[in-house]
Design a protein around this ligand. Structure first.
Ligand code: ARG
Length: 465
């Protein structure tokens, strides 16, 4: 048997070199190198703590910190010799550190394992990702509130079953999207709380025999507390599941927005115009202006839903503690982060820039008997039981369909033909403006209410930045 002279750091007990395929198959450095900054930050904190605990000398600590800082600069200048033979980001950095500073580098891994190291790195990485996502969400929310304010008096048909239902303020519609994003932000912030617990010190699975000070590393790495159980801390990835679930729900929301904008931008509906810079043309049909960005954001949901399923399945039935399966968490997670970042970038720019075609929206609301419920409510106020009022208005609508005529276009004798209780004052409530203004309670679509919700949203947004 040939004893391998390998660059790997764990070959002591091996008598045969790793199969070349296995080396490539098990390597993760080509994707987990993305964690380099978090890995170095964690290592610096660990080295400082080891020196305070008397495990490293001050000189060793300083050599390690300087060496790691130099490696970080090398990586950032794309001047770092990544090697798949060194498996992952952790061993690449540790080996290059030793190449650079000598003996002290070999002491860095005292009292720690890649298991607690990687669990720490991913948490640090996702914590930053959440902060970036929340900042993007705030920008998007701000854009929606601005648009809502501009269009608070614009009336469009509200739909149920994609059939004209009742008129609503376009501002109210934009604030519905805003509310979805507020909950998304809360979900990410909530996930961050459970994520912000430090595994470092758990070592491989059981902790370490060295006199470590976990509170010190915890403070330096800005975690809320050290983890309470080493087995759990190195093995669970529920924080990654929560993160991806929050991303899936967010992208489910953006897919709904995308779908509405795509429908609205269709010439058949013609409610909005999307900015040219956010649309693309057709290679064959010269007239086309396609809402591709909205369609791609709608499509991205599929990919993140897939990542969520991948991570759930990855964790299912895993025995304690760390298993190498967990290396498979990174690509779905990283792609989720990228997808959320790009989708939010696109929508935070594009959505508030849409041109609203007030006249088409208004005409569509007029055409669909959107004030039929208002007529029924009117009859109820005059003493007609709601169920009877519903039937009376139903008959009036049928007449309108046959005559191609809106309720507001019928003369009083015609309307009175359906119910004697109808008087001249009915026309006020049959207008779209009257209908919208009548829903004047907390949460309703009356522009007066929408203005108050906008003011509250602005206060919240100002407090957040
Ligand atoms: N690269 C591994 C991962 O991403 C971390 C190393 C743990 N490896 C090990 N053999 N215990 O999960």
């Amino acid at each position: 048997m040939t004893k391998r002279t390998s660059s790997q750091l764990w070959t002591g007990r091996f008598t045969e070199a790793t199969d070349a395929f296995v080396e490539a198959f098990t390597a993760s450095e080509h994707f987990d190198r993305r964690l380099y900054a978090q890995d170095i930050r964690g290592s610096i904190a660990h080295a400082r703590m080891l020196a305070t605990a008397g495990v490293l000398s001050d000189a060793e600590r300083d050599a390690i910190i300087e060496g790691l800082a130099a490696l970080r600069a090398d990586i950032e200048q794309d001047d770092f010799d990544w090697s798949p033979a060194l498996e992952d980001v952790h061993m690449n950095i540790e080996k290059r550190l030793t190449d650079r500073i000598g003996e002290a580098g070999k002491k860095l891994h005292t009292g720690r394992s890649r298991n607690d190291q990687v669990a720490t790195d991913i948490r640090l990485y996702l914590r930053d990702a959440i902060d970036t996502i929340c900042a993007q969400l705030l920008r998007f929310q701000q854009g929606l509130v601005d648009l809502a304010e501009r269009e608070v008096d614009t009336i469009l048909p509200g739909f149920t079953h994609l059939q004209v239902a009742q008129p609503v303020s376009f501002g109210h519609h934009m604030l519905a999207w805003y509310e979805m994003l507020v909950r998304d932000q809360e979900r990410f912030e909530d996930c961050r709380k459970r994520m912000n617990v430090m595994p470092l010190g758990s070592a491989a699975l059981a902790g370490t025999s060295f006199p470590i000070d976990r509170d010190m590393t915890c403070a330096e790495l800005e975690f809320d507390r050290p983890s309470r159980n080493s087995l759990d801390a190195v093995s669970d990835r529920d924080f990654a599941l929560e993160f991806t679930a929050a991303a899936s729900i967010l992208l489910t929301h953006t897919s709904r927005m995308a779908e509405e904008m795509i429908i609205w931008a269709s010439p058949l509906v013609d409610f909005i115009d999307l900015p040219d810079r956010y649309c693309t043309g057709s290679s064959i049909m010269p007239q086309k202006k396609n809402p591709d960005v909205a369609e791609i954001v709608r499509g991205k949901t599929a990919r993140v839903n897939g990542h969520l399923m991948a991570l759930l399945t990855l964790m299912k039935s895993q025995p304690l503690a760390y298993n190498r399966d967990n290396q498979e968490d990174k690509e779905p997670l990283f792609d989720t982060v990228d997808t959320v970042r790009d989708s939010l970038h696109a929508f935070a720019d594009m959505v508030p820039a849409m041109q609203v075609k007030k006249d088409t929206m208004y005409a569509a609301a007029k055409k669909g008997f959107a004030t039929a419920t208002d007529l029924a409510d009117y009859l109820v106020r005059k003493g007609v039981p709601f169920r009877d009022a519903h039937a009376i208005v139903g008959a009036a609508v049928r007449h309108g369909v046959e005559q191609d005529m809106d309720l507001a276009d019928m003369d009083l004798p015609t309307l009175r033909g359906f119910s004697e209780t109808i008087d001249e004052d009915v026309y006020k409530i049959l207008t779209l403006e009257g209908s919208v203004a009548a829903r004047d309670h907390f949460g309703g679509t009356a522009p007066n209410q929408v203005r108050q919700r906008i003011a509250e949203a602005r206060q919240r947004l100002e407090g957040a930045v």
